[in-house]
Design a protein around this ligand. Structure first.
Ligand code: RB5
Length: 146
C-alpha cells in the first residue's frame, strides 16, 4: 500500500521508526512530516496527510503528534477523512472493521514504539466489514454535506 505519513516536532523519531517498519512490511511511504526537532504547527501536517488520502495519492494515512489529538482534528477537517486516535490495538482494529478509518493517529508522548507498531499492524491488517457499518459510516460522511 501507499501510506501517507505526517508528524510534528514531537514525533520525529517515532515517525522515522514507523516509516522503517512500514517499508520492512513492503509498503511505500510518502513522508509529509517534519524531520527536525524545530517547533512546528501540527495542523499543517494533519491537513497534508488528509489531503493525500482524500485525493487518493495515498491509500491511507498515519499522523503522529505529541498526543495524536491535534493532528487528528486537523486531518478530520479534510472532506472524506475519518481520522482516529488510538492508543491500543483493539480500538485500532475496530476503527477499520466498523468505522473504516482512513487515517490512524497516535501520540509519540503517549505510547512507545512497540505499542505503536502493534496498533499500526492491527489497523493495516483489518478490513472494513461493510453492511450495517457502511450505513453508519455513510451517515457520518453525509454530515459533511449539510
Ligand atoms: C506540541 O507541543 C503538541 O501540542 C502537539 O504535538 C500535539 O500533542 C497536539 O495535539
Amino acid at each position: 500500500m501507499k501510506i501517507a505519513i505526517g508528524n510534528d516536532h514531537a514525533a520525529v523519531e517515532m515517525k522515522k521508526e514507523i516509516c522503517a517498519f512500514l517499508e520492512e512490511l513492503g509498503h511505500e511511504v510518502i513522508n509529509f512530516g517534519t524531520d527536525t526537532g524545530e517547533s512546528v504547527n501540527y495542523p499543517v501536517y494533519g491537513e497534508k496527510v488528509g489531503r493525500a488520502v482524500a485525493s487518493r495519492e495515498a491509500d491511507c494515512g498515519i499522523a503522529i503528534c505529541g498526543t495524536g489529538v491535534g493532528i487528528s482534528l486537523a486531518a478530520n477537517k479534510v472532506k472524506g477523512i475519518r481520522a482516529v486516535v488510538c492508543s491500543e490495538p483493539y480500538s485500532a482494529k475496530l476503527a477499520k472493521l466498523h468505522n473504516n478509518a482512513n487515517v490512524l493517529c497516535f501520540g509519540a508522548r503517549v505510547i512507545g514504539i512497540e505499542l505503536a507498531k502493534m496498533i499500526v499492524t492491527e489497523w493495516l491488517n483489518a478490513e472494513f466489514e461493510g453492511g450495517r457499518h457502511a450505513d453508519r459510516v455513510n451517515m457520518i460522511m453525509e454530515i459533511e454535506n449539510r
